[in-house]
Structure formats: structure tokens, C-alpha cells
Design a protein around this ligand. Structure first.
Ligand code: G4P
Length: 516
């Protein structure tokens, strides 16, 4: 197959959702389709601990977070699928956000009994910023959930994206009969026990069932007043195709996946400082979006995750790290299957490979096999929400403490701030686990014990200029500088933020997240 053909069959995506919406269950079904696993229950590493093989960082074992499941790749029909995991729950972090820069499409799972939930909103915003196609799967139709029309309007209103239902449920919970597949003009009858049966819509219409007549009326309304399907708008992330179904009952999943995979975006041209790079270009290029440290503590093993943006990768090839201009032979590379890491010999734009990292790479680094020095667009930093002051327990270790902080911050594990009034070190994180990992690594890698004082959840707002009156700030609106020397105010809560804004209309407060 030519490079173009290989690239065009790539489907690289992530599943985003609020915890418990059914991401793991859905992933498992997709892996079953891909013959990656043979039985259900294999992916549930987080509960059964199946993935906790001995060589991972202890803290991960404790939490049961699997590293090899960060990326799962398999051929499916004519396609080659890469599913990237977006850690949720307590392991939610900047990595979760950054992963979304490495995908070409996203599946958003919504629990039909809950509707649009907070973590979904946060992840959705990042996808929206990138304008990538978003496909919605409304899960748990086997349970009594919210009204389908209500769910659609919630998606449109809360997330601000237009929706187009690809199928429509007949009944719900105990009275769930199946799905009218609008896209393929057929009815998929729910028979239970992971079984389904295809019927014609005419047959269904003739059944005389009043519930079914009501559903056809609803569909007519959607046809007349709803959005029109437009592939172009789906590709731009302006319109989300919506599928109903049940991941657990394995109902509507196959049709969803087949339709999704055919419409999902193949790798697209990507921006660099020298202009756009086409994925089917002959030259191999890519960037690192995540670094996983200490996968094997005995070796201080680090793996850098690289998204290939163009060309073909072959093991042993020589590439340049443009930040340092160093030439590297890519010998130790891995691709990831559900339960094992395998050496990868060949990969194409769209794929993710893991590269052995002898402490050389940084998040955002560009690798290229070409002559031209290009840099992929800098990865955005995401405003942290949790803040803690950090001190070294034993002052004799101040030097290692400083070194550890510098390196870990550089890696993008946490964000560093200094309180303006006393120079105290403040660390900011997107998720709780980042602090635990920091504490663990300071001890394990730098032999330093640290002490935290929590500042709780804070709302960071950057100042456009140097504040004139320092008396305006106090512990509720803590003035600090970020590591680039920019002033930032850490507001205790929404109330203090609004109050401050009201009182100081002349001070411009910037939300970096909105700006990106
Ligand atoms: P997550 O990865 O998004 O956190 O969700 P996960 O798949 O772990 O699913 C969360 C819970 O919802 C699980 O139940 C799962 O079985 C259930 N679930 C997923 N899809 C469906 C569905 O279509 N219908 C129904 N009724 N339930 C669904 P649990 O009791 O928390 O876990 P388990 O003990 O079943 O593993």
C-alpha cells in the first residue's frame, strides 16, 4: 500500500466522557470488534487489576491505572484504528487534554440518565478549540433515561454544537424496542442478550403500535425542524452526529462504529512554524504529546508518546530533534495493544508510537526525518484548577528540591507559580493525581520529601499588565507569577472572582483557556 492509502485508512480518535458514562464498556466492545480481546471484562483493568503488571510505577499499580492501554491499535475492515485513552476519574490531568491534540476525531459518550456532565464539558471545550469532528453516543438506553429530544437540546444548549440524530430510540428502559436507523432507513430491533434484528421501516409502520406511531411523529418533526446532515459541517466540528444505544447490552454499537469509522476524519495537514505539513508527505515528522516516566522503576524507564503527523516510520530510522538539533536513531519503539507492548517496525501518519526516552525529550518536541527545521505548533498549556504550596521538608535538601521542581515542571507534570508577596512556591494541576505523582517522583528520583499546603480549587486569571496597587490582593485573590513571569491572580472561588471584577473594572483579567 502506498503512503497515501495507508494514511487515508487511519482513524485516530479518543473517547471522551464523564466518569461512569460507559467509556470502558464501549472501548471493550470496539476491541472485541477488532479481535484484540476475546472476552468482555479484559479492559476493566481499573477494577480487576489485570493490567497491573509488575514493572509500572507503584502509584499506578495502587491506583490500577494502565499505561499500555494509553493507546490501542488494530485493523478493522479497511481501516486502521488507533484509540487513545483520555484518563478520567482521579487521574484526570493535563495529559488528558494534551491527548486530544493528538487525535483526528472524538467520540463523546453521554449517559442518557444524566445528560451532559461537567467533565464532558471540559473535554468538549478542548475538542471544540481544535475544530475536530465530534461524534456523540448516548448510552444506557436499556435504562429509564431522559427524553431523547431533551437530551438533544441539552447537547445543543450546554455545549453549543448543533446535533443530528443518526438513529432514534423506540421506547427506553423496560419498554425499549430498538432503534430507527435514520441514516440507513431501517429498524434495528432489540432482542436482548446482545442480539439485534434488522427490519424494514414499512413493516414497523404497519405494526399499529401507538408508541411506534408517536416515534414516527417525532421523527417527522426532526425531519422538518431539525438540522440537516452535512458531512462538511461534521468535519469542521460544527455538527455532531448523535447515536443512541447501549454499550453494556452491545446494542447499536456495531452500526455506530461502522458509521463513525466511515465518517471520522483521516489524518489532516498540521500546522508548523513553516506552514502546513501534509500527512501523506514522504517525509516522516511528528511531535511528542505525552511522556510517561518510570514505566519500569529499575531502569528509570521513560516512554515518549509520539504522534506521527506525516510520512512513514521505519524502525531504526534516523531523525532530528529540532529543539536541540540532535540526530537520533529510532530503534526502541513500541506500539500498544490492549494488554501488551510490541515492537513496532513500521507506522504511518496518524499512528502513535512510544519511543524510549533517555531523559532527552520534552512535551511538544518535534522529530523530523527531513532537512528543513520545522516545529509543530506549541501545545497549549491548560489552566490548572487545583493549587498547593510546596516546601522541602529538610532544608539541607534544598538544592535537589530546586532541581526536581525545575525538571518536573519542564516536563509539564505541573505548573509552577510563585506567590508575589513572599516568593512561596505554588504548584498548579489540572487533576489531583498530579500532586501525588509529583510527591512520589521527588522522593524516588531526587530523594527529597516535600510538604504541601492546599490552597484548594482556584480560578486563575492572568493580568494584562503589572498591577499598580498590591493592596488589592489578599489570600482570597492571591497574586502570583507564573514561570514565564506573567502576573496571575488565583481567586478562591467564583464569588471572589466576580466581586473583584466588579470592584476593579479597569483591571483586565484573562482566562487563558478561553483565549486558546
Ligand atoms: P467509564 O469507563 O466511563 O467510567 O464507565 P464504565 O464503562 O466503567 O461504565 C460505568 C458503569 O456503567 C458500569 O457499571 C457499566 O457496567 C455501566 N454501563 C455501561 N454501559 C451501560 C449500558 O449501556 N447500560 C447500563 N445499564 N449500564 C451500562 P458498574 O456497576 O459501575 O460496573 P460493573 O460492576 O458493571 O463493572
Amino acid at each position: 500500500m502506498s503512503i497515501i492509502e495507508q494514511v487515508n485508512r487511519r482513524r485516530t480518535f479518543a473517547i471522551i466522557s464523564h466518569p461512569d458514562a460507559g467509556k470502558t464498556t464501549m472501548t471493550e466492545k470496539l476491541l472485541l470488534f477488532g479481535n484484540i480481546i476475546r472476552e468482555a471484562g479484559t479492559v476493566k483493568g481499573k477494577k480487576t487489576g489485570k493490567f497491573a503488571t509488575s514493572d509500572w510505577m507503584e502509584i499506578e499499580k495502587k491506583r490500577g491505572i494502565s499505561v499500555t492501554s494509553s493507546v490501542m491499535s488494530f485493523p478493522y475492515k479497511d481501516f486502521y484504528v488507533n484509540i487513545l485513552d483520555t484518563p478520567g476519574h482521579d487521574d484526570f490531568s493535563e495529559d488528558t487534554y494534551r491527548t486530544l491534540t493528538a487525535v483526528d476525531s472524538v467520540v463523546m459518550i453521554i449517559d442518557s440518565t444524566k445528560g451532559v456532565e461537567p467533565q464532558t464539558i471540559k473535554l468538549f471545550k478542548v475538542c471544540r478549540m481544535r475544530g475536530i469532528p465530534i461524534f456523540t453516543f448516548i448510552n444506557k438506553l436499556d435504562r429509564e433515561g431522559k427524553d431523547p429530544l431533551e437530551l438533544l437540546s441539552e447537547i445543543e444548549e450546554v455545549l453549543g454544537i448543533e446535533s443530528y440524530p443518526m438513529n432514534w430510540p423506540v421506547g427506553m428502559g423496560k419498554s425499549f424496542q430498538g432503534l430507527i436507523d435514520r441514516h440507513n432507513d431501517q429498524f434495528i430491533r432489540f432482542l436482548g442478550d446482545e442480539r439485534e434484528q434488522i427490519e424494514s421501516l414499512d413493516e414497523l409502520r404497519k405494526s399499529g403500535d401507538t408508541a411506534i406511531e408517536a416515534v414516527f411523529d417525532e421523527l417527522e418533526l426532526l425531519d422538518e425542524a431539525g438540522n440537516e446532515f452535512s458531512e462538511e459541517r461534521v468535519m469542521k466540528g460544527e455538527l455532531t452526529p448523535v447515536f443512541f444505544g447501549s454499550a453494556l447490552a452491545n446494542f447499536g454499537i456495531r452500526t455506530f462504529f461502522d458509521t463513525f469509522i466511515s465518517y471520522a476524519s483521516p489524518p489532516k495537514p498540521r500546522k508548523t512554524d513553516k506552514g502546513l505539513v501534509n500527512p501523506d508527505s514522504e517525509t516522516f515528522t511528528g511531535y511528542i504529546f505525552k511522556i510517561q516516566a518510570n514505566m519500569n522503576p529499575a531502569h528509570r524507564d521513560r516512554i515518549a508518546f509520539l504522534r506521527i503527523c506525516s510520512g512513514k516510520f521505519t524502525r531504526g530510522m534516523s531523525v532530528r530533534l529540532t529543539r536541540t538539533n540532535k540526530t537520533i536513531n529510532l530503534n526502541q519503539t513500541q506500539q500498544f495493544l490492549a494488554s501488551s507492548r510490541e515492537t513496532v517496525d513500521e507506522a504511518y501518519a496518524g499512528d502513535i508510537i512510544g519511543i524510549y526516552d533517555p531523559n532527552m525529550y520534552q512535551i511538544g518536541d518535534t522529530l523530523t526525518a527531513g532537512k528543513e527545521e520545522i516545529h509543530y505548533q506549541e501545545l497549549p498549556q491548560f489552566p490548572p484548577e487545583l493549587f498547593r504550596k510546596v516546601r522541602v521538608k529538610n532544608v539541607m535538601k534544598s538544592k535537589q528540591f530546586k532541581k526536581g521542581i525545575e525538571q518536573l515542571v519542564q516536563e509539564g507534570a505541573l505548573q509552577l507559580f510563585r506567590q508575589e508577596s513572599n516568593d512561596d512556591i505554588i504548584l498548579g494541576a489540572v487533576g489531583q493525581l498530579q500532586f501525588e505523582v509529583f510527591e512520589y517522583r521527588m522522593k524516588a528520583e531526587y530523594n527529597v520529601e516535600v510538604e504541601f499546603t492546599s490552597l484548594g480549587e482556584r480560578i486563575p486569571r492572568w493580568l494584562s499588565e503589572v498591577p499598580k496597587d498590591l493592596r488589592l490582593f489578599d489570600s482570597r485573590s492571591l497574586l502570583a507569577k507564573d514561570r514565564f513571569g506573567r502576573f496571575v491572580v488565583l481567586f478562591e472561588n467564583d464569588f471572589t472572582y466576580r466581586y473583584f471584577k466588579e470592584k476593579n473594572k479597569d483591571i483586565e483579567l484573562i482566562d487563558l483557556f478561553e483565549e486558546n
